[in-house]
Design a protein around this ligand. Sequence first.
Ligand SMILES: C[S@@+](CC[C@H](N)C(=O)[O-])C[C@H]1O[C@@H](n2cnc3c(N)ncnc32)[C@H](O)[C@@H]1O
Ligand SMILES: CC(C)=CCC/C(C)=C/CC/C(C)=C/C(=O)O
Length: 308
Amino acid sequence: MNQASLYQRANQVQRHDAKLILEQYASVLQWRTDGQDKLIDVGSGSGNVLMDFVHPLLPKSFGQLVGTDISSKMVGYANKCYGKKFERTHFQVLDIGCEELPQRLEGQFDHVTSFYCLHWVQNLRVALQNIYRLLRHEGGDCLLVFLASNPVYEVYKVLACSAKWARYMRDVDQFISPLHYSKDPSAEFSRLLGEAGFVQYNVEVRNEVYVYEGVRNLKDNVKAICPFLERMPESLHEEFLDDFIAVVVSMNLQQQPLVVDDAAQAPQNVERFISPYKLVVAYARKSPDFVGSVLCEVPRQQAHKGVD
Ligand SMILES: C[S@@+](CC[C@H](N)C(=O)[O-])C[C@H]1O[C@@H](n2cnc3c(N)ncnc32)[C@H](O)[C@@H]1O
Ligand SMILES: CC(C)=CCC/C(C)=C/CC/C(C)=C/C(=O)O
């Protein structure tokens, strides 16, 4: 995932989920009384989720906002878009799955956030140990949002077995969420949080559905995140995306076009593609003073996203 501007244009699902979850958790985060909070975001990508939805929640006098990503291209893009415009804000390269966390980052932050990143990291145990170490020694909290499962992974598996695409997808398992096949992602992630040292945590696994309107829209969203495209000549991209769509159709994830009878209304004949997925929403604190309300059921939105 290196194409920052492409990602910035085709990340509606990711933006939708981050916005909704931040609205629910803004008041749960343990804000400092002096307003000098330091926050680090893991896997910030092109930076727009961090700057559009996290930055506005920070107190005016916040201490520091650091966006990080494993991709230097993403970091370069985010610094160019936001680094100069926003005070006390910068982006830097960090692999959250690294064996040794840079010492200058250890124990520096009040909050760690991460949206749609941890499903890219195979070694969640190491990633959580690093997240724990980023937080101040005396406390701090984290809000981690990522995919447990998504039909995109089943499509990858099918394409990886085909004679045409196998040579670009030999390491397909490296790009499947480590919780995709888990029978109980909530229990598994809770255990990992406990092992990392977090004493109080709440892990929800939300069953979500996003509906993509039109083939082009789905293809653009796939293009923005698919790690295999950059390995093949550009002349093959459209063929790969056509085959991707054919697998989606074979999995019965296409909804028949809706035709509206009412003469006053134009018929809607755009195909819709349904993506049912499981989203992990984990909130954890390093220190033991846990607020009971965190564990209360948060109001849920019922409508399918992506459809007006
Ligand atoms: C889908 S994007 C999410 C970007 C942004 N957080 C958002 O919500 O739009 C996932 C990002 O995670 C980054 N990423 C993948 N593995 C990572 C790792 N081990 N450490 C840090 N970032 C990683 C990718 O480079 C990519 O920019
Ligand atoms: C119907 C269908 C297979 C939809 C897949 C849609 C899609 C582009 C999912 C991407 C999931 C993902 C890995 C997102 C990300 O990391 O940002």
